[in-house]
Design a protein around this ligand. Sequence first.
Ligand code: ATP
Ligand code: MG
Ligand code: MG
Ligand code: MG
Length: 569
Amino acid sequence: MRASQFFIATLKEAPSDAEIVSHQLMLRAGLIRRLAGGIYTWMPMGLRVLRKVETIVREEMNRAGGIELLMPAVQPFELWEESGRGPQYGPELLRFKDRHQRDFVIGPTHEEVITDIVRREVKSYRQLPRNFYQIQTKFRDEIRPRFGVMRGREFLMKDGYSFHTSFADLEREYRSMHDAYTRIFTRLGLKFRAVAADTGSIGGTGSHEFHVLADSGEDAIAFCPTSDYAANVELAEAVTPQKIGAGETAAIEKCEKKATPGKTKCADVADFLNAPLTQTVKAVAVMAGSAREIGQFVLLLLRGDHELNEIKAQKLIGEFRFARDEEIVAALGCKPGYIGPVGFNGRIIADRAVAVMNNFICGANAEGYHLTGANFSRDLPLPAEIADIRNVVAGDPSPDGKGTLELCRGIEVGHIFQLRTKYAEALKCTFLDEQGKEQIMEMGCYGIGVSRIIGAAIEQGHDERGIVFPAGIAPFAVVIVPMAYGKSTMVKTAADALYAELLAAGIDVVLDDRDERPGSMFADWELIGVPHRVVVGERGLKDGKLEYKGRSDVDATLVAADEITGFLQ
Ligand code: ATP
Ligand code: MG
Ligand code: MG
Ligand code: MG
């Protein structure tokens, strides 16, 4: 590539709304431009990086036996009704109607669509197992898109889905995907860690996330340096059982006595309890409107609701907006007298609020609250050692008895799940076994945040001059910077010859023939993060030398002109 024929769009200053370094540098280096909140154009320079990440992901998925396909971004909402996920997913799901008033969504994920394909196409155990994947644009109407492409609304994901005749076979594929992910993130040149994880709204049982380790990460991870133990603290919050204390029971009873069904508002409850009225409580008030939810107000008031911010509260409204009680019970599959997980992330609070509400529906009183560590939709018992890390501090013993825990922050770049039969059952995705008997398929799903990876890589790789890309994903591997390309025939001839030689050697090289001031050319390529720079100047050429500098090197070194290609390979 010749720089004069490409498009370089570097900026001196980052726009002030870019909060973290990767977002600032991606804008300054001209990799992305914002169109709307959480929606970005991949500029030519950025697209080169995105394609390189995609290629590594694709190669390793193919090597692991994945079969690529491409599903539509637009999905009929009926499929989401069929899977039962429609009402649960909340406002992150972008819905719209076509001209015939039919409901559609822009896919935030594709479990429903792939299951629909497989139920139509795969009939026999002989066609299984299969692992389909795509690299495709997703849309999630994130409440607070931020950090550039790290939490976008439109983003590129690799999503894969596997189908099996047995759980044992799903477990085998899950391990194989775990290994493939390890290869992918290693090849991408990232410092990462696989951690035990919560399954979120995708549902299912076993699950691991892959985190790029960075202080700006939104997730907290507890890990043991001397063993394999690593878990997302969110998971512990999601599964840690908590009892309703005597004080809380008394408060609930007090409110029940004072409240008038259909009339009492949250503000009144706050008043009865002499407690502050918070955002969360206001949010809950929007969600429901009868005496039933008094219990949940009370609990929310009493339990750390001050820790909740508006985002979480918004999410709480969203998850069950417009749902009727019966729908909530059906969506969650919860039983009378059964209360789910407690903790302080938005989804869990929503679960808890609904569970408490269900208890009221079911006529259970505060006494009857039966707390367990399992989630409504998950019937597997959760490992006790995970529950212990909720309030962990560095240096606490580890749950597996093999050392002490440390804490770090991570950016979730990959997530694998054992979905089991959740979707296959809802969508009747079955096969005929060897005896000709109809069975439900076991399913796994495997996501990678392809576009998020680039932000995460920059969080790990940067200095005061700009991006320090891992070699495998830099937009160019080598930049040739000629001194006075337009003025010196000697330099022009040598630079053109070197450019041709490196191209012929299969090296991804850019020739900066823009003939700008050397300082500004150097600054551009350091900002963009190209790993290797070769300067072609008259002074060196007279001795048969070129000046080489690696992106993180302090000083340049002289390399014989006839050895440079070998040196760069
Ligand atoms: P998060 O916890 O960060 O919201 P998630 O758990 O909702 O992510 P998954 O449903 O597991 O995301 O999707 C698979 C992958 O897609 C994630 O591991 C992440 O790398 C990526 N991803 C999810 N949401 C976004 C987003 N808003 N912008 C960019 N990438 C995303
Ligand atoms: Mg999310
Ligand atoms: Mg997550
Ligand atoms: Mg996830």
